[in-house]
Design a binder for this molecule. Structure first.
Ligand code: ADP
Length: 275
């Protein structure tokens, strides 16, 4: 079986064997193979994302400079324009150019690690605050309720960035949900890290969606840009964390963020582990 795996067969598994010691070896061999298959899939996905990232970064750069120049000229023209109608048209031009600039900026967040300002924050409070932002503006009737279940912990993150990620995930989850099934934001300690899950019972994730979710411009919404999850990916990766998505067996989607470097009671994780 080891020979078969070595020659590239990743589906090979050892059938149940009788003898106790052999059964233990076979079982750990099979588990090692499962881990190998998972690691290979992650590697392929991250290589593809970084290739797309390089293209996106080039495009964003090339777009940024001309747009800044266009906006500069439009500003001068607005100041000089005498007719109110022309001023209004130039205002629209400026707003559209600003929208292009935002897209370019979001692409750059996805590609290069943006500057982070990590600080110790209370995870449960951060999750609660992010949820609060999603509740505003005023809950529309029939919007899926939002439940936060967070284990308290001091985590060292850039709170604004993590809040941005959560607002994105919760907004997506609510958009995917039609009925009154709640969206759940859950936070829990995991070893020296903190795990955040966003769970919904919405339309779920197709195989195609799963494969392309974190790529820029993948969208199934008519008015979507497909940049939300790409930006989330960039921000979580910049924290040294991981973000993954999977369909839930009971229907809906589950997004999981694992953040390293939890601080508890002001202690660094290593100090806590040694204690
Ligand atoms: P956008 O919201 O502009 O489409 P995103 O990057 O945020 O961009 O999302 C990309 C796509 O991923 C969405 O169009 C949707 O198809 C899918 N998606 C994201 N979140 C969910 C979810 N919770 N349930 C089902 N599909 C989702």
């Amino acid at each position: 079986m080891a020979e078969r795996v070595a020659t590239g067969d990743r589906q090979a598994r050892i059938a149940p064997v009788g003898a106790v010691e052999l059964a233990v070896v076979a079982d750990s061999f099979n588990r090692m193979l499962d881990a190998l298959v998972r690691a290979e899939a992650e590697l392929v996905a991250s290589a593809r994302l970084s290739a797309i990232g390089r293209v996106a970064s080039g495009v964003a750069h090339e777009i940024n400079n001309p747009i800044a120049i266009i906006r500069g000229y439009v500003k001068t023209m607005r100041q000089e324009a005498e007719s109110p109608a022309l001023r209004e048209e130039l205002q629209i031009l400026d707003e559209e150019a600003a929208a292009c600039q935002r897209i370019a900026e979001e692409l750059l967040v996805y590609v290069r690690s943006p500057a982070m300002e990590p600080m110790p924050v209370e995870a449960a409070e951060l999750l609660g605050e992010a949820a609060e932002r999603c509740r505003l503006p005023a809950e529309e009737p029939g919007a899926p309720p939002l439940i936060v279940e967070a284990e308290p912990a001091q985590i060292c993150v850039d709170p604004l960035r993590i809040r941005q990620v959560l607002v994105n995930l919760v907004t997506n989850a609510r958009e995917a949900t039609e009925g009154a099934e709640p969206v759940i934001v859950r936070g829990s300690l995991r070893g020296a890290g903190y795990r955040i899950e966003v769970l919904d019972r919405g339309k779920g994730l197709s195989d195609e969606a799963r494969e392309h979710l974190f790529e820029p411009f993948f969208t199934t919404r008519r008015d979507g840009t497909g940049l939300g999850l790409a930006v989330c990916y960039g921000l979580v990766t910049a924290h040294g964390g991981t973000i993954q998505a999977e369909p839930r067996p009971e229907g809906g989607a589950r997004f999981v963020i694992d953040l390293p470097g939890v601080v508890v009671d002001g202690e660094e994780p290593e100090a806590r582990e040694r204690a």
